[in-house]
Design a protein around this ligand. Structure first.
Ligand SMILES: [Zn+2]
Ligand SMILES: [Zn+2]
Length: 248
C-alpha cells in the first residue's frame, strides 16, 4: 500500500515553512506523488497570510510539474468552535482542514475541546480535522469521531505527529484515534504536514499505522486520487474539470 495524496502541506506563505509551491510540486513529482493539497495556515496563526491569499488561489495552475494541486487551507479552530476564514473564502477552496493550534486556541479541558470539534464538524465548512492526537487538546474520541463519521468529515492521520518530534505524546493517541475511526466507520485522510518540500508525500509512519491496525483502504481517502475526488464529491463539492482525467 502506497498513499498517493498528501492533504496537508505548507509553503513559505505560512510564515514558518520554507518552500515554495513550485518546490513542493517538484519534490512530489520526484517521489511519484500524483496529487497534494496546499494548506497554508489561516490568518490567526502568527505570520500567516491574509485571507486574500486563499481567495486568489484561482491563479494557480491545476498541475505543477505534472502534480495535481488542490487549493486548500488549514484553518484554526477558535472561540468555541468557529474557524478563522470568512464565509466569502469558502467558494475559493477545494479542501479545508480545521486544527487546534496553541497560539490561537489555548488548551482548555476535554469537554471544551469536544464541544468545539463537534461544532466545527456540524458547521459543514471543513473536510477534515487535523492532527487530533495532540495531547494538549484531549477530547472525547467516541463522540467526536462518531459525529465526523455521520457528517463525512475525515480524521487526519498526521505523519509529523507520528514521528514523535513535535506534539509530543501524540503517537499512542493517534493509534487509539485510528482504531476508533476504524470501528465507527469514519473516513481518514493522510497529511505529511510538511513545512519543507523534502517532507511532501512522506508517509512511512502513517503507512505503518494503517498496516498495523489493518485500516480498511476504502476508508482511506488518499489511497488514490480517485478516492480523494470521490470524497470531495461526497462532501458536496463541485467536480474540478481539470482533474477528471484522474477519476480512473
Ligand atoms: Zn505550521
Ligand atoms: Zn497544524
Amino acid at each position: 500500500m502506497r498513499i498517493q495524496v498528501d492533504t496537508h502541506t505548507h509553503t513559505y506563505a505560512s510564515g514558518h515553512a520554507y518552500s515554495t509551491i513550485i518546490e513542493n510540486a517538484f519534490a512530489a513529482s520526484k517521489l511519484g506523488l500524483p496529487m497534494f493539497c496546499t494548506t497554508d495556515h489561516a490568518s490567526s496563526m502568527p505570520g500567516a497570510p491574509h485571507y486574500w491569499f486563499f481567495n486568489n488561489q484561482r491563479v494557480l495552475p491545476r498541475f505543477i510539474h505534472n502534480v495535481a494541486i488542490v487549493r486548500g487551507c488549514e484553518a484554526n479552530i477558535c472561540n468555541d468552535g468557529e474557524i478563522d476564514i470568512p464565509l466569502s473564502v469558502d467558494p475559493h477552496l477545494d479542501w479545508v482542514i480545521a486544527s487546534f493550534h496553541e497560539p490561537v486556541f489555548p488548551s482548555k479541558d476535554s469537554l471544551v475541546h469536544t464541544q468545539a470539534l463537534i461544532k466545527v464538524i456540524c458547521s459543514n465548512r471543513v473536510d477534515a480535522l487535523g492532527h487530533l492526537g495532540n495531547p494538549n487538546f484531549d477530547f472525547d474520541f467516541e463522540a467526536v469521531i462518531a459525529c465526523a463519521a455521520e457528517y463525512n468529515v475525515a480524521i487526519e492521520l498526521n505523519n509529523t505527529s507520528l514521528k514523535g518530534e513535535t506534539r509530543i505524546g501524540s503517537i499512542d493517541r493517534c493509534y487509539e484515534i485510528a482504531k476508533v475511526a476504524k470501528r465507527l466507520g469514519a473516513y481518514v485522510t493522510t497529511g505529511s504536514d510538511a513545512h519543507f518540500c523534502e517532507d511532501i508525500g512522506k508517509f512511512n509512519k502513517v503507512e505503518q499505522l494503517i498496516n498495523d491496525i489493518d485500516f480498511p483502504l476504502d476508508k482511506v481517502i488518499t489511497h488514490t486520487p480517485k478516492q480523494f475526488l470521490d470524497f470531495l464529491a461526497l462532501r458536496g463539492r463541485a467536480p474540478i474539470e481539470e482533474f477528471k482525467k484522474l477519476m480512473v
